[in-house]
Design a binder for this molecule. Structure first.
Ligand SMILES: NC(=O)c1ccc[n+]([C@@H]2O[C@H](COP(=O)([O-])OP(=O)(O)OC[C@H]3O[C@@H](n4cnc5c(N)ncnc54)[C@H](O)[C@@H]3O)[C@@H](O)[C@H]2O)c1
Ligand SMILES: CC(C)=CCC[C@@H](C)[C@H]1CC[C@H]2C3=C(CC[C@]12C)[C@@]1(C)CC[C@H](O)[C@@H](C(=O)O)[C@@H]1CC3
Length: 345
């Protein structure tokens, strides 16, 4: 009688492995001796030791062929938050995640690690040292966050020790680092258009920014601690640099590092938020006639003007997590990695 071989514990798949975080994760997994299958709708690089499977995660058959003999899956695929496309977020983050769970179970995958987000508890108002027991946001700031909440509930709810399917969610916040397509490029674009002169609010609001290698470290620790007898099954973990910094200090360090002036003039938070809301309303009303995308959306203003930093205590206790790269080192590596974004380049 043919026996089904137990997949090697060093064979894993990274869904979303062509993206910013996904590719850093793939590189570290290879370094640690894993063999990696990447599943993504696009292929953005080639690396020895990586097998690419191009497909949409809503397609179960495509997923099943990528998950053959895989024991561990990292799910870090998502549409970009800036797209604000409700149907796309629901299709990929909710329906797609249900498909990922079904495919994992059918393929005999034993562990699923989800990249969630600390923003699942953020409603646009201050969070100071937030712990994982904060309730999910009742009014999430956008469709992206709304579907990240649903996605996290689905993955954690699917954890089943009896059936040998274990799940865990990592909640990073404000990921930055080389090849990030979002934070630094948007910041530089805003500066180049002369719109980074102002500090929204008094500038004292502390925020977490997390160097990508620390996020990768948190994911791998979670995967390696995920066992039936461990307290981490079905739980969520904040992973940050554990060095909250005033939002505008972080932005200033990156800007100055790239040769741009730091923002200097203060504007009242409520005034800017009100204006951003008005502009957003106008852009929605005028959408059938003219397409314009305001730089300062209410979501960005809230993120720039409120406290949002989180406790990593649970990750320290259960996973032995400790950031491996300090904020200072992370900012230096990041700035160095963007020569084309330097002022005058
Ligand atoms: N960047 C941040 O600050 C941040 C913070 C917290 C959480 N996260 C989460 O981390 C994860 C990775 O984010 P990132 O910044 O690397 O984004 P990214 O856009 O660089 O990567 C996402 C990847 O998902 C892929 N993808 C999208 N739709 C897909 C589909 N239907 N089927 C297959 N692949 C698909 C994309 O092609 C892309 O390669 C996401 O889940 C995001 O929600 C990001
Ligand atoms: C005011 C202004 C124009 C600032 C420019 C920087 C922003 C583009 C940047 C600052 C904080 C960032 C952030 C995200 C997107 C980019 C920023 C708004 C996320 C919303 C991206 C999605 C993640 O899941 C969120 C998270 O939970 O970490 C990010 C939060 C910070």
């Amino acid at each position: 009688m043919a026996t089904r071989l137990r997949p090697s514990s060093k064979r894993c798949a990274v869904i979303g492995g062509s993206g910013f975080l996904g590719r850093h994760l793939v590189e570290k997994l290879l370094e640690r001796g894993y063999s990696v299958s990447v599943f993504d709708i696009r292929q953005s690089y080639e690396l020895p030791g990586v097998t690419f499977h191009q497909g949409d995660l809503c397609d179960k058959q495509a997923l099943l062929s990528a998950l053959q003999d895989v024991s561990l899956v990292f799910h870090c695929a998502s549409p970009a938050p800036g797209s604000d496309d409700r149907k796309l977020f629901e299709r990929v983050n909710v329906v797609g995640t249900q498909t990922v769970i079904q495919a994992c179970i059918e393929a005999g995958v034993q562990k699923l690690v989800l990249t969630s987000s600390a923003s699942v508890v953020y409603e646009g108002t201050d969070i100071k040292n937030g712990k994982e027991d904060l309730p999910y946001a009742k009014k999430p700031i956008d469709y992206y966050t709304q579907t990240k909440i649903e996605q996290e509930k689905l993955v954690l709810g699917a954890c089943n020790k009896q059936k040998g399917f274990l799940t865990v969610a990592i909640r990073p916040h404000g990921i930055f680092g080389p090849r990030d397509p979002q934070l630094v490029p948007i910041l530089v674009d805003t500066a180049r258009r002369g719109k980074m002169k102002f500090i929204i609010g008094n500038g004292a609001n502390l925020v977490d920014f997390t160097y990508v290698e620390n996020v990768v470290h948190g994911h791998i620790l979670a995967a390696e601690h995920l066992r039936p007898d461990s307290p981490i099954c079905g739980k969520a973990y904040h992973i940050t640099n554990d060095e909250p910094i005033p939002f505008w200090d972080f932005m200033s360090e990156v800007l100055v590092g790239l040769g741009y002036a730091a923002p200097r003039f203060h504007l009242p938070y409520r005034l800017v938020y009100g204006l951003a809301l008005l502009l957003w309303l106008l852009s929605v009303l005028l959408r059938p006639f003219v397409a314009f995308k305001p730089t300062f959306t209410p979501m960005r203003v809230a993120l720039a003007g409120t406290f949002h930093y989180y406790s990593c205590q649970r990750a320290k206790e259960h996973l032995g997590y400790k950031p491996v790269v300090s904020l200072k080192e992370g900012i230096a590596c990041t700035v160095q990695s963007y020569p084309h974004l330097k002022s005058g380049a």
